[in-house]
Write a protein that binds this ligand. Structure first.
Ligand code: FCB
Length: 444
């Protein structure tokens, strides 16, 4: 048996996102995910976020539950259309008050709030005038960020501008399986650029409104491995890594797009104005990394960008994502070596499995516990190698609306009965509780 201790001030937390948990639809403006849910065939069984797990009304009990589980940090997102119903214009005080109460409640419970400003719920009104394809949306985002940081900035000391701009750009605009649902590579890259631009523009504004706070961005990253050591497979891995990782990391940390992928994109490259990359690469305080799995790739001239993604033998979650804890160590050490962020947080990591609620209200989710234990240990390995990892947020606090999968995938460490909305901590929540309380992971 070995016991892996984490650094003294390590932030153990859980993560959620507004659209996935809040509900309270009558008190916010419409967003692109409301629309996407109504688009036949796009979201599992036409599920929607009208009620979700009603965190908008049940937040008090949810914060109390987090505190009981021993968490000292919580990553949530602010719904832009709850603050500005049309994305711009008059402030919806009810919405701003709600987040203010949530933050107070967290602080009273001894839980440090980490606020994400954009976790995918763009106002429908802004989408109608182009959404993220329009450069103007970047300026609108900054106005919204200023309003939120002005109100919460005295109490929120950790800000994340965007969650997973790669997913917003590519899954929403190239693959079409997320809102707004388009399939256009040029559009996707332009959206990605405007997301990055809005990030860079917002950084100083947030700092000004929330003095002394830490500001960062969250990227979803995939360590990428070649199937063999052939020159072709190594090249395929470089391209895949460039597309999924460097396309966002390089602008943020190095002030340029990766040349190899820029060349591959040909006529689809985004329109970039002169000062954009110096704005995008303004220094940030931390990088958030969402890690779920890896890419194993081979060269395949008929595949997209000449790459084929393999499905190796191994263990898979209900999402069909390979369980690969070593990938977390690898991505953390690689990102630190190549980009030297001042600090890193794992802002999401977790898994979906088919959970069973027993008649006495328990969920014996041994696979999720094993998954988390292995990934915590992988993070510890990276810390031992010098990576400045400051915290770890499990995705997710509770079962919720899993985007295109609706309510058919459960990522929570707390089970939610979607009918009664009752919460039941799973065994994995009790495991996280012991880890957070002891600030250590025990391996057998
Ligand atoms: C991430 C999202 C998060 C959740 C997990 C499973 O890509 O940021 O909202 O859906 O995947």
């Amino acid at each position: 048996m070995s016991r892996l201790r984490f650094p003294a001030d390590f932030a153990w937390g859980s993560a959620t996102a507004s659209f996935q948990i809040e509900g309270g639809v009558e008190e916010r403006g419409q967003c692109i995910w409301d629309d996407f849910c109504r688009w036949p065939g796009k979201v599992f069984e036409g599920d929607n976020g009208d009620v979700a797990v009603d965190h908008y009304h049940l937040y008090g009990a949810d914060v109390a539950l987090m505190a009981r589980l021993g968490f000292r940090a919580y990553r949530f997102s602010v719904s832009w259309p709850r603050i500005l119903k049309e994305g711009i214009g008059e402030v919806n005080d009810v919405g701003l008050d709600y987040y203010s109460r949530l933050v107070d409640e967290l602080l009273e419970a001894g839980i440090e709030p980490y606020a994400t400003l954009y976790h995918w719920d763009l106002s429908t009104a802004l989408q109608r005038v182009g959404g993220w394809a329009s450069r103007d949306t970047a300026s609108r985002f900054v106005e919204y960020a200023r309003i939120v940081a002005d109100r919460l900035g005295d109490r929120v000391h950790h800000w994340i501008t965007h969650n997973e701009p790669w997913v917003v750009a590519m899954v929403g605009n190239l693959y079409g399986t997320h809102a707004p649902g388009w399939e256009d590579p040029g559009l996707a890259l332009q959206v990605g650029h405007h997301l990055l631009l809005s990030h860079g523009l917002a950084v100083p504004v947030i700092r000004q409104a929330s003095p002394g706070s830490q500001v960062g961005i969250t990227l979803n990253l995939y360590p990428t491995y070649p199937a063999t050591t052939s020159a072709e497979d190594l090249d395929a891995a470089r391209i895949q890594d460039g597309f999924s990782n460097r396309w966002f990391l390089d602008p943020v940390f190095k002030g340029h797009y990766p040349e190899d992928i820029w060349a591959l994109a040909g006529a689809q490259v985004p329109r970039v104005e002169q000062a954009d990359l110096s704005i995008i690469s303004r220094p940030i305080d931390f990088l958030g990394i969402n890690y779920y799995s890896r890419h194993l790739v081979a060269s395949d001239p008929s595949g997209p960008m000449g790459v084929q993604t393999l499905h190796p033998e191994g263990e898979y979650t209900q999402m069909d994502w390979e369980v690969y804890p070593q990938g977390l160590t690898d991505i953390l050490t690689r990102v630190y070596a190549d980009y030297s962020p001042r600090a890193i947080y794992v802002t999401e990591n977790g898994c979906a499995y088919e959970d069973v609620l027993t008649s006495d209200g328990q969920v014996h989710d041994a696979k999720r516990t094993a998954y988390l234990r292995a990934h915590f240990a992988a993070a510890h390995k990276a810390i031992a190698q010098g990576v400045p990892l400051r915290g770890y947020f499990v995705w997710s606090l509770m079962d919720n609306f899993e985007w295109a999968y609706g309510y058919s995938r459960r990522f929570g460490i707390v089970y939610v009965d979607f009918q009664s909305l009752r919460r039941y901590p799973k065994d994995s929540a009790l495991f996280c509780q012991s880890v957070a309380q002891e600030n250590a992971v025990v391996l057998d």
